[in-house]
Design a protein around this ligand. Structure first.
Ligand code: FE
Ligand code: CA
Length: 543
């Protein structure tokens, strides 16, 4: 399959595609301010050994008065220190109301520090709610691509459009789903984890078939190696573009560190001390490469990732961290029979659980979203209902029940969970008590499939499909399509569309709507409409 990106040297070494070139020349499009800034900064920063913005730009954490801006200077992403010898580099940032930067409304200078891989995180304040802004960085005499972002609105908000995504194994395929997502008009993108995978990269880059530097072959364990992995992922032009034009909110799942890890417990070994170091390295590299507020800068090997994002009276997002504080999977890893310890184990940790239950619904927003790595809905693996995947909320059913019961008891308006992890689509009617068939549905859940993980093959449909009939509360399941989930909200209806791509072997693959669902205000549970496709899904929605 022909693709213009033939080597990573081309990808990372200052090559500029047409889209980026247009953004870049757009940034140059004529202001005295630019020349002035460039003149001042030429003295402050040494010239780079290549284009310093090879990993793109991003914004995130939108709130009513601002956003966080991100970039990382890495003129040679796979060289030592990204190709920068200086300890720190002064970076100018600017925010304007239009792409030509004639009306700059916020600006400043920040140091890109070697100790943070020359990444830049700027928490910009003083902006207007619900407004589109443009931003750029200038360093070493070079100007970044122009990013576009949007602050959160306040007061009465009639409509909101966002997409969510997860699981983007770089080796399993191209990011055609991000190329299509970038054609939507979105207020926000939410990433629910497995942003990177920790495994070594094969010499030919798996499904991508490109030559890979030898330094990427080993599994990620050190800070240097995790940085290389993030840099590799960030060289993808479709991922860069989705970051450039939409503000994101991110949380992690397991593969940002290691498969199925739990708190300070690695997947298999008992070397917790060694694992804490590895986890700290992974957490730091994650922070360095994502548009997270400086409040999320790691301290003592820990990152404060759980938080709320508010969109006026229409929605509030409770972004959860279901990895950092959880107990080790109490009844064993993988698929196991349920045991008593499942019912006392915590997935959120006491402090996060308290924070969640104290604050959820307090804003009075119409839709109250739980944005999390792993799915909440139950999936019985056998007819007896005794066998479960222990890494998901099914390994922590006691805490799940207590949380859903509390949210229901408080009368929180329209709780909806969005999750990833499974490389499959599930739509769930969430219940506080799965033991009782007559228990009420208290919330709705949409579990999105992967962006690229598992590639184009048939893997999970044939495996999980036969289990679906054991689970009356599952509205919909499909195991083997790649894509993202589009959500459009107003005050009466939440509309979800499953947007799937034809293939991840071709970065330019077309997308299609696979199924649509609505949740009506005041009525927990989804109602679906399947769009006829071939092959049909394995779930319950009839075409
Ligand atoms: Fe995954
Ligand atoms: Ca996962």
């Amino acid at each position: 399959m022909p693709d213009p990106r033939s080597t990573l040297a081309e990808l990372g070494g200052g090559r500029m595609d047409r889209r980026r070139f247009l953004a870049w020349t757009g940034a140059l499009a004529g202001t005295a301010l630019y020349s002035q800034v460039r003149g001042d900064l030429a003295a402050a920063a040494p010239p780079m050994p290549g284009y310093p913005f090879a990993l793109g730009v991003a914004s995130g954490e939108p709130h009513a008065a601002g956003v966080t801006l991100w970039t990382r200077l890495a003129p040679d992403p796979f060289a030592k220190n990204g190709g920068i010898s200086a300890k720190s580099v002064q970076v100018q940032w600017q925010v304007a109301t239009e792409e030509g930067f004639t009306n700059v409304v916020a600006s400043g200078t920040v140091a890109a520090l070697a100790e943070l891989a020359h990444s830049v995180h700027v928490d910009v304040g003083g902006l207007q709610p619900g407004h589109v802004y443009y931003y750029r960085f200038i360093a070493g005499g070079e100007t970044s691509p122009v990013g576009r972002t949007k602050t959160a609105p306040t007061g009465h908000v009639a409509e909101l459009a966002f997409a969510f995504a997860s699981c983007q194994d770089w080796q399993h395929g191209f990011y055609s789903a991000y190329r299509r997502m970038a054609q939507q008009d979105l207020d926000l993108v939410i990433h629910l984890g497995d942003y990177i995978y920790e495994g070594g990269i094969s010499p030919t880059g798996g499904a991508r078939n490109v030559k890979i530097p030898g330094t990427l072959r080993e599994q990620c364990r050190s800070l240097e190696r995790y940085r290389l992995q993030h840099a590799l992922y960030k060289t993808d032009p479709d991922l860069q573009e989705a970051h450039r034009i939409f503000p994101w909110a991110v949380t992690w799942d397991d593969h940002e560190v290691e498969n199925d890890y739990a708190g300070i417990h690695p997947e298999f070994s008992n070397d917790n001390q060694g694992f804490v170091k590895r986890r700290a390295a992974a957490f730091q590299a994650y922070y360095e490469h994502l548009p997270l507020s400086i409040n999320a800068r790691p301290t003592a090997g820990s990152v404060l990732l759980y938080r709320r994002l508010r969109y006026g009276d229409i929605a509030e997002f409770n972004v959860l961290d279901t990895r950092q504080y959880r107990d080790d999977q109490p009844c064993g890893d993988g698929e196991q029979f349920r045991c008593d310890a499942n019912f006392t184990a915590t997935k959120l940790g006491a402090a996060q659980r308290q924070w969640l239950l104290d604050g959820i619904g307090a804003s009075g927003a119409r839709w109250n979203v739980l944005a999390q790595g792993t799915m909440m809905g139950e999936l019985k693996h056998n007819a007896e209902g005794t066998f479960f995947w222990q890494d998901a909320w099914d390994g922590y059913p006691g805490e799940r029940s207590r949380i859903l019961q509390a949210i229901h008891g408080k009368g929180v308006s329209n709780p909806v969970s969005i999750a990833g992890d499974w490389h499959s689509t599930f739509v769930h009617n969430l219940k506080a008590d799965y033991e009782d068939d007559s228990a009420p549905v208290v919330a709705t859940e949409f579990v999105g499939t992967s962006i690229s993980s598992n590639g184009d093959g048939l893997v999970y449909g044939p495996y999980y499909g036969p289990m679906v009939p054991f689970n009356e509360h599952i509205e919909f399941f499909d195991g083997d399509r790649r894509g993202y989930v589009l959500c459009k909200l107003d005050h009466e209806i939440w509309r979800t569309e499953l947007r799937m791509v034809e293939s991840v072997s071709n970065p330019d693959a077309a997308e299609y709507t696979f199924a649509r669902f609505v949740v009506e205000d005041g009525q927990p549970g989804a109602q679906g409409e399947c769009v006829p496709v071939n092959p049909p899904p394995l779930g319950r929605v009839d075409c």
